[in-house]
Design a protein around this ligand. Structure first.
Ligand SMILES: [Zn+2]
Length: 291
């Protein structure tokens, strides 16, 4: 049995119907809801209803990114690290290291990111590395069934972040922990949609159902400025032409290395005023933290 199959077997007991939260029964290799007749295909991943191709292609930059994600696979996050105007550390490695080997930790909105065998990749699109394909609005996990969840630059793409955070709270066990990166000063970037930005107090309010909240600047102030400047240059230099604007955007990426100034500036006490993004970690009340 491959390690991937082992991981799928390990999460099978915590899967429920995302529509009625009823138990799922085996139907051949697939799963089916005993109550509402939903069928979940199992072929290297559990395939609940994800997002449609039309949704993926609704925005021009997002459809370019979608092609790049499929072509580059695991190299895509690496390419984004170099080309993106954002510098900072969300502290995800430390968060993941803090869990025991048998913990179930889910990346909600994983895209093409993948990790060690412990992390379950959940996404609306069936990229190769994804283990559970589903709509993030209704997670197919039982109440109190997960040890950890994290969300890296995903919540701004969810139409109702309050409802999504309520889902995180529902699926975590008491004492289970969440890690979230949320952008603040970032240009519009649909993936497939883009709805919101938050300040640190806004992020704390969003996670008010949790306890032990810790927040920090995870994308620096230069990053906030550079991304805005890149967009401004493409707008100002394209004289009203959307075609020219689209051609200019990739050229402005030569300015992205300015982001490395944030190695110093991210530590400034006022960095949060124009920071590119913030991270939060918090615990579901009512249980022993750790694990
Ligand atoms: Zn059902």
């Amino acid at each position: 049995m491959t390690r991937r199959e082992q991981l799928l077997d390990r999460i099978r007991p915590v899967l429920v119907c995302p529509t009625c939260r009823g138990p799922l029964v085996e139907r051949g290799r697939d799963l089916a809801c005993a109550t509402c007749d939903l069928v979940v295909k199992r072929d290297g991943a559990f395939r609940f209803a994800g997002l449609s191709e039309e949704t993926q292609n609704a925005d021009w930059l997002n459809s370019v990114k979608a092609v790049a994600k499929h072509r580059l696979g695991r190299l895509y996050p690496l390419a984004m690290n170099v080309l993106a105007p954002v510098y900072g550390d969300a502290g995800l490695d430390a968060f993941l290291d803090s869990f025991a080997d048998d913990a179930i930790v889910c990346d909600l909105g994983a895209g093409t990111r993948s990790y060690d065998d412990r992390v379950v990749c959940v996404d609306g699109f069936g990229y190769k590395s994804v283990h559970v394909v589903c709509d993030l609005v209704a997670l197919p996990f039982a109440d109190g069934s997960l040890d950890g969840v994290f969300s890296e630059a995903v919540l701004e793409h969810v139409p109702d972040p309050v409802a999504h955070v309520a889902e995180m709270l529902r699926v975590l066990r008491p004492g289970g922990r969440v890690h979230c990166y949320f952008p603040f000063m970032q240009a519009f970037h649909a993936s497939p949609h883009d709805y919101s930005r938050l300040t640190i107090p806004g992020l704390r309010k969003l996670f008010e159902g949790f306890t032990d909240c810790r927040t920090w600047v995870a994308g620096g102030p230069t990053s906030g400025l550079v991304w805005t400047l890149q967009e401004w240059l493409a707008i100002a230099g394209s004289f009203g032409s959307e075609r020219l604007y689209r051609a200019l955007v990739p050229l402005t990426w030569v300015l992205s290395p300015l982001k490395y100034l944030d190695a110093v500036l991210i530590k400034h006490p006022a960095a949060h005023t124009i920071a590119s993004g913030f991270a939060i970690e918090a615990t579901k009340p009512g249980g022993a933290p750790g694990r």
